[in-house]
Design a protein around this ligand. Sequence first.
Ligand code: PDD
Length: 276
Amino acid sequence: MAYLNGDYLPLEECKVSVLDRGFIFGDAIYELIPVYNSKPFYLEAHLKRLVRSLDQIQISNPHSNDAWKHIISNLIEQSGLTRLSVYLQVTRGVAKRDHAYPANTSPTVFGMTNEWPAVNPDMYKKGLAVVTAEDMRWGRCDIKVTSLLANVMSKQQAVESNTDEVILIRDGYVLEGSATNVFIVKDGQVMSAPKNNLILPGVTRDVVVEILNENNIPLLEQAPTQAQLTDADEVWITSSTKECAPVIIVDGKPVGNGKLGELWGKVFNLYQQRKK
Ligand code: PDD
């Protein structure tokens, strides 16, 4: 079952107008919440980011946090799944096509679930390969908007180069991936781009930062240069779907000694404990 504007119905029966601003302008925000053992992981953090995204693009929040939680738990229950993702999207609603925000339009609220296949163990045994590309996105990458064409085009470069992700570089600095945040390690020091308008503040990134802080692992929240990426001992990418995944090849060259990072192993295990 999916959710559309107050109703629970089969996904195929969810229909929205072609004049919906989400369709016409990509005028919409979204969230993706991982669910393990039927329990949403870091739900409060996802809801906080959802509310912030709405606020930033001035869509009035159609629901209280309790109402959002109710929708999420209904979707989980109706999915019949225990390991899944909940996708929520809010658009500015349906209106005659005009760029300016329409008056008196109510937001369209959509939710769906997807089964979450167990993470491919190869990802954690063999590591991932990535390529770098110039970041061609806009200046508000901190808002989780559905207008993701630049991310989509970037990710396609990864697909076409037979790699797993694209790491985006702006003015020589490593910001994040097309759908992941990025960490590098050099001589025991972890580095990751700071949370500002140039990256999405990933919930998984926050979880990893929490793990690093709790274990006194030094973290510098500063964007690494592309040279530092090339020279790193370890590279990790994080997201709700990839969790904390080790990268062993960047632009065809091995990262560090080309093996899974030692520090990554530690953080990965601590992350798995948190899921439990
Ligand atoms: N993407 N950076 C970007 C650009 C992202 O799109 C995502 C997540 C992340 C990681 O955020 P989080 O840890 O909160 O999942 C970073 C989701 C998974 C998606 O678009 O499907």
